[in-house]
Design a protein around this ligand. Structure first.
Ligand code: CP
Ligand code: NVA
Length: 261
């Protein structure tokens, strides 16, 4: 495990998950120095490959993961980058499947920043046939290439990926409403400005009342109470945030099982 950014859920679920499957982990705390500073990224990856059978990496730049993977043959698992958070999105759709039984045709809203979590939700929604209604400020829309890929895939799966700027419009008729922090790790310098821009995108009781009846509330956590979500919604009866968190462990064990058995 090699992490350039802090983590609670991802680190603990991978550590506990790997050990419960009979493996063991070495945790490399890279929060104080960027990967590639002391030696090149391919050199780090090639050395690690001499001693370990897989790399789980949380990085600032998606490029770093790709550069590692291109230079070695052992699996490199994305534990979050600036662009994607695939383990999170897998746990999220697994949670929805547990709740609703099937995913095809499900209506999910995402409200807030078109960030790494949003990009991974789009990637999977397109493949799983989920209807995803995304509300972001115009200049914080999800990545264009991710949307283009989703559009192509959705032709076959009949998923609908729609963009909005009005949160009330996006949540209409949805069975679950998802949000994430307004300021992702790496964007701290913009925090003050982002708090202003995203204010109308808070998920509160009023917005949840505009979603479908009994709509679930979802968040990858950590949550910033009183910013992107109110206490009332986060701790409310339809919040499934802890199920999402618990499911991180199971889907990651499934990833490891698929890779190593
Ligand atoms: N959701 C998530 O990835 O949490 P951590 O940042 O605590 O790992
Ligand atoms: N979008 C958030 C997710 C944290 C798990 C971030 O990148 O900081």
């Amino acid at each position: 495990l090699i992490f350039e950014k802090p983590s609670l859920r991802t680190r603990v679920t991978f550590e506990v998950g790997i050990q419960s499957m009979g493996g063991f982990v070495v945790f490399l705390d890279h929060t104080q120095a960027r990967l590639g500073e002391r030696e090149s990224i391919p050199d780090v990856a090639r050395n690690l490959q001499c001693w370990v059978q897989g790399i789980v990496a949380r990085v600032y730049e998606q490029r770093v993961l790709e550069e590692m993977a291109q230079n070695i043959t052992i699996p490199v698992i994305n534990a979050l980058s600036d662009k994607f958070h695939p383990c999170q999105a897998l746990a999220d759709f697994f949670t929805l499947e547990e709740k609703f039984g099937a995913l095809k045709g499900l209506k999910l809203a995402y409200v807030g920043d078109g960030n790494n979590v949003c990009n991974s939700l789009i990637f999977l929604a397109a493949r799983l046939g989920v209807n995803l209604r995304i509300a972001t400020p115009a200049s914080y829309a999800p990545a264009q290439d991710v949307l283009a890929d989703a559009k192509r895939v959705a032709k076959e799966t009949r998923a609908k990926i729609e963009l909005f700027t009005n949160p009330a419009e996006a949540v209409e008729g949805t069975q679950a409403v998802y949000t994430d922090s307004w300021t992702s790790m790496g964007f701290e310098a913009e925090e003050k400005m982002r708090r202003q821009v995203f204010k109308p995108y808070q998920v509160n009781r009023k917005l949840m009342d505009q979603a479908g009846p009994g709509a679930l509330f979802m968040h990858c956590l950590p949550a910033h109470r009183g910013q992107e979500v109110t206490d009332e919604v986060l701790d409310g009866p339809t919040s499934v945030v802890l199920q999402q968190s618990e499911n991180r462990m199971y889907v990651q064990k499934a990833i490891l099982h698929a890779l190593y058995t």
